[in-house]
Design a protein around this ligand. Structure first.
Ligand code: ADP
Ligand code: ZN
Ligand code: ZN
Length: 762
């Protein structure tokens, strides 16, 4: 059956799909999932994805035709189109925005009418050499005999034969020309001579940009008794539940269990998606996985270039067990890869906030989207963590998810001893050395004395969060954002962490003109500086956003630490998760207070998770580790809970608080942010929207209010929060909100406003 119209998703933030007519010559060939070139607006050309074919002209006059079909077969599967639809519905964005996040940028073509539009992805080509035809044994010997007068030619031919492992009658295998030249130590002229004689020929062939590892495949390690019990329990529970939470203390061997589950899926010929919250974690785990699964394993994250990403995309879609990826290790965006037959999704560190994308749309949660993806594939999801998110644990309590627990570290190593170091007291007694308590310094000293390694955690990068005039209290702020500028000593500048604005240090106060601005608070850079002063002969390195910009920067730091070339590693939350270092025995948390006092309803939950997580890096192999937490409030209830590793206690307290104050997971939260460069217009517009929403939702609407950071990049921001009961139909609520926004968009002055909806904004 052939259709006359196609609905097309275009990479735009405009709501809805777009209908185009199908020219006769494409009618038989066009399918959902192929890219087509269409005109949009006056003269713009875009590639879009066909999502639906039909015969209803939708009452649109002057419907435009599809200009060209770019792909002979779909690049996006029907299942992906369903996934995009779900994400756009649930997270209240356009399908075009989902498409932009989902597909590698090189697959998007654009141009203008009248000019040709070229494909951006270019397969990499290389020159190969092969036999000009299939020779028999005798013929080959004859050729070699004849070449005895041209020994270099004979040599290159035998090297070629050796490299291909050629046997007469077998297929002719091409060999990379550059490799052949290297192996035979000859010049291109010799190959040319053999080509002229019709013995060899050359051809340009497509090659992969991402080289396969040739690691020997190792047998899996045997699971311990406790791990095996957990493994079996997971398999059994999957018979009843689609999602299981694996709550296992740090270093209990969760990854080892994942490896066994992966192996089982691959044996069945199904694909596995293994998600991690942070690129920094992929390099260690990929080595572990490749040992067992070799070239079946692919990695996906934003550090790959556009061309490489297209290749990964294609290899995930490739069903051939020899050339396709069966196991993908990836961050957030890997949930959008074109899996053909997913059997299992593993979301490691499921509690991690990095799984949520805040900007731009789609503002999706990769864990929740992964669970949906698994359901589309009739696959299972395993969420792993040492400190579950409140919402996942709540789903366990409600019976929605299964629960499997691992309460012991592998090898019966004890969880680390946690020591609280009271900074308030140490300051009072003048015992602090820079930002270090005596307890911390002593523990570092002891570890170094035993040739062991140390990690110091501080959740702020830069030298100091702000500088201040000691006379009048003036603080330099960003010219575009309502935030203090952070001092970065290495580059000698003040930097805005919201927009990247940089300026020189003011030599004098710009308010009272007095000299001697002073630094306040401390970030990783300052800790690095000062630890070098306290321990001058020690090798110190820092891992944060500033030191890991290059493509291989993470790997370099992690390898150096693993290789024992760093004694003390200082870092932000980047070093708190998932890493496994043999010789690391002491972890110091410089300042737990700024975690606990963060203005967010999740601050306590997040602090617990972070402290549990960063402690978990210590003492993972032979012996028990030690963690020193510096705080001015050692009696804080969250700190007491961390001390006892009492997750259920933490959940109980949090659940009670959130029920009492109506926070997720006991309500649904949708946040609308409005931005405008004119503060007064913003106030008027946000009031209009707030009042409109209140007519439908009443007291469920909070705000509009200025958020903590009320201006970013010259845009003033106001937010409206909707808290909707879990029992109320969410689809209806979203619809009402969208309608209210559409009404607001008609109001005068609204065209220069930006509006963003964030569903589950936490
Ligand atoms: P988790 O993911 O729970 O933090 P890991 O899987 O990283 O824990 O295991 C912690 C350490 O114990 C790792 O160094 C790992 O190699 C080792 N380990 C765990 N299980 C086994 C096992 N069954 N056999 C050998 N070593 C193991
Ligand atoms: Zn700024
Ligand atoms: Zn001043």
């Amino acid at each position: 059956m052939s259709f006359r119209y196609a609905d097309i998703i275009l990479p735009l933030a405009v709501r809805g799909r777009f209908s185009y007519s199908i020219p006769d010559e494409l009618a038989e060939r066009i399918k959902p999932g192929v890219r087509v070139l269409v005109q949009f607006g006056k003269n713009r050309l875009y590639s879009g994805i066909v999502c639906n074919l039909h015969n209803e002209p939708d009452g649109i006059k002057n419907i435009r035709p599809v200009i060209e079909m770019i792909d002979p077969s779909p690049v996006v599967s029907e299942l992906q189109l369903r996934q995009w639809r779900w994400i756009s519905d649930y997270y209240m964005c356009t399908e075009g925005e989902v498409m932009k996040a989902a597909m590698p940028a090189a697959l998007f073509l654009r141009g203008e009418t009248g000019a040709p539009v070229a494909e951006k992805y270019k397969p990499r080509k290389e020159t190969f050499v092969e036999l000009a035809s299939g020779y028999s044994d005798e013929q080959l010997n004859g050729i070699l005999d004849k070449l005895s007068k041209a020994p270099k030619q004979a040599e290159i031919l035998s090297v070629y034969l050796r490299m291909t492992g050629y046997t007469p009658g077998s297929d002719i295998k091409p060999v990379s020309k550059s490799l052949l030249l290297k192996e035979s130590k000859t010049t291109p002229g010799i190959i040319e001579a053999l080509s002229k004689k019709g013995i060899l020929k050359t051809a340009s062939l497509e090659v992969r940009r991402l080289k396969d590892t040739k690691d020997a495949v190792e047998p899996l390690r045997e699971l311990s008794e406790i791990q095996l019990a957990a493994f079996k329990s997971i398999c059994n529970t999957f018979k009843e539940k689609d999602v299981i939470l694996l709550h296992g203390v740090t270093s209990s061997g969760k990854t080892e269990i994942y490896i066994h589950l992966i192996e089982e899926q691959l044996r069945k010929g199904r694909q596995v998606l293994f998600m991690l919250p942070e690129i920094a974690l992929t390099s260690q785990i990929i080595l572990r996985l490749k040992k067992y699964f070799g070239s079946l394993t692919g990695v996906y994250h934003s550090r790959f270039n556009d061309q490489e990403r297209v290749e990964i995309w294609k290899r995930v879609a490739d069903n051939d067990p020899l050339t396709g990826y069966r196991l993908i290790l990836g961050v957030r965006s890997s949930v959008f890869l074109p899996f053909t037959d997913l059997g299992l999704v593993i979301v490691d560190e499921e509690h991690d906030g990095s799984y949520k994308q805040h900007d731009p749309a789609p503002r999706y949660h990769a864990r929740d989207s992964a669970i949906m993806l698994a359901l589309f594939h009739k696959a299972k999801t395993l969420l792993g963590t040492a400190s579950p998110s409140i919402e996942s644990y709540d789903n366990v309590m409600k019976g929605k998810y299964g629960l499997v627990e691992l309460k012991e570290r592998y090898g019966s190593i004890n969880l680390p001893v946690i020591i609280l170091a009271n900074t308030r007291e140490a300051y009072r007694k003048k015992l602090m050395v820079s930002h270090f308590t005596p307890e911390l310094l002593q523990s570092i000293d002891e570890a170094l004395g035993r040739n062991e390694q140390v990690i110091l955690f501080q959740n702020r990068r830069g030298f100091s969060p702000y500088i201040e005039c000691p006379e009048c209290g003036w603080i330099p702020v960003c010219i575009q954002c309502a935030v203090n500028l952070t001092y970065h000593k290495g580059i000698g500048k003040l930097v805005c962490h919201y927009c990247g604005f940089k300026r020189d240090l003011p030599p004098r106060c710009e308010s009272c003109n007095s000299q001697g601005m002073i630094t306040r608070g401390f970030g990783t850079e300052k800790i690095e500086d000062e630890i070098k002063i306290v321990f001058p002969s020690v090798r110190v390195a820092r891992m944060d956003q500033d030191t890991t910009r290059g493509k291989n920067a993470f790997d370099r730091i992690i390898r150096s630490f693993e290789g024992g070339r760093i004694d003390i590693l200082i870092g932000t939350q980047m070093i708190s998760k998932g890493l496994d270092f043999e010789n690391l025995t002491v972890v110091g948390v410089l300042n737990a207070d700024n975690l606990l006092n963060y203005p967010d309803f999740r601050a306590h939950e997040r602090s617990y998770q972070l402290l549990e997580q960063v402690s978990g890096r210590a003492g993972r192999r032979q012996k028990q580790g030690k963690v020193i937490i510096q705080t001015s409030d050692p009696n804080h209830k969250i700190i007491r809970l961390v001390l006892r590793h009492d997750y259920p206690g933490m959940y109980k307290i949090q659940a009670e608080e959130r029920k009492a104050f109506n926070y997720p997971p006991f309500c649904r939260m949708i946040r609308i942010s409005l931005r405008h460069k004119d503060r007064a217009r913003l106030n008027t517009l946000s009031d209009i929207l707030g009042n409109d929403l209140r007519t439908k939702f009443g007291r469920r609407i909070l705000g509009p209010e200025f958020p903590v950071i009320s201006r970013v990049q010259s845009w003033y921001i106001k937010t409206i929060l909707c808290k909707i009961e879990k029992e109320k139909p969410a689809v209806k609520a979203r619809q009402l909100i969208l309608e209210a926004i559409e009404r607001l968009e008609m109001v005068k002055g609204a065209s220069s406003m930006r509006i963003a909806v964030d569903v589950d904004p936490y």
